[in-house]
Design a protein around this ligand. Structure first.
Ligand SMILES: N[C@@H](CCC(=O)N[C@@H](CS)C(=O)NCC(=O)O)C(=O)O
Length: 242
């Protein structure tokens, strides 16, 4: 895969205190060694902060206004939707083979990752995103139980079959699968202990991505925000049916 990294600076806009969906984009930048600014994590005095992000989301008429973060700004271009952002960035960062089939298949898989991510979110917010977890805990317990029993093994089994033993997909989707496993292990340690026993390909991919030099350096740096209970992958022991 030839790297087409350009000497450009990418502005990433995402919530500053969580990994969330923004982490899929951060990992791509980090793996490529790209120059990027995590705008909302900078002080407002230097043009950063959440307000800078919200200003772009209100729209100023010069770019297609994104509905929600993460989004990326390159020059005048503003691009939203995680999978779409990665589809745009990957050829520029050398994170996908340049042929059409490779790009379309990587995008297809990233959209499947996005579907799974939405279901993970719905385990702790099954009724409404606007309600507190505590106000939908009963439904969350039920939702998480079914997710862990039926949906998660189905999704991960699918990715495992694609990977085969000791293989990588060879695109940014490998980074996304790494992040999925990291997040799922944080949120559901007991259930993942059981489920991952039949996922040797994904476990091996996780280990190998974690030790890639740029990713290892990133994970050890303060740029990697720790998982927490404000993000996408939340650890609530009552949701982690073993
Ligand atoms: N489908 C979008 C979902 C974006 C999304 O839900 N972003 C969250 C943070 S991870 C958000 O801030 N949503 C605000 C909202 O939905 O009102 C994507 O994959 O990027």
């Amino acid at each position: 895969m030839s790297s087409q990294s350009e000497a450009v600076t990418y502005d990433l806009y995402y919530w500053p205190e969580i990994q969330g969906r923004g982490e899929f984009v951060r990992l791509a930048f980090e793996e490529a060694g790209a120059t990027y600014v995590d705008v909302a994590r900078l002080p407002a005095a230097t043009g950063g902060g959440v307000d800078a992000m919200l200003r772009l989301m209100r729209g100023d008429g010069s770019a297609l206004t994104p509905f929600a973060p993460p989004f990326v700004k390159v020059g005048d271009l503003v691009i939203g939707q995680t999978a779409n952002v990665l589809q745009f960035l990957a050829p520029r960062l050398g994170l996908v083979a340049p042929d059409e089939t490779s790009r379309v298949h990587a995008h297809q898989l990233m959209l499947t990752v996005a579907d799974l991510v939405a279901e993970v979110h719905d385990t702790h917010h099954p009724v409404a995103s606007s309600l507190y977890y505590e106000d939908q805990k009963e439904e969350a317990v039920r939702s998480a139980r079914i997710f862990l029993r039926e949906r998660l093994p189905k999704y991960l089994g699918y990715f495992e079959r694609l990977l085969g033993p000791n293989r990588e997909l060879g695109s940014y989707v490998d980074l996304a699968l790494f992040q999925l496993i990291a997040g799922l292990r944080y949120a559901f340690p007991r259930a993942m202990q059981r489920i991952q026993a039949s996922l040797p390909g994904l476990v091996s991919l996780f280990d190998r991505v974690a030790t890639r030099s740029r990713i290892a350096a990133y994970l050890a740096s303060p740029r990697r925000i720790p998982f927490n209970e404000k993000g996408l992958f939340r650890h609530y022991p009552e949701l982690d049916a073993g």
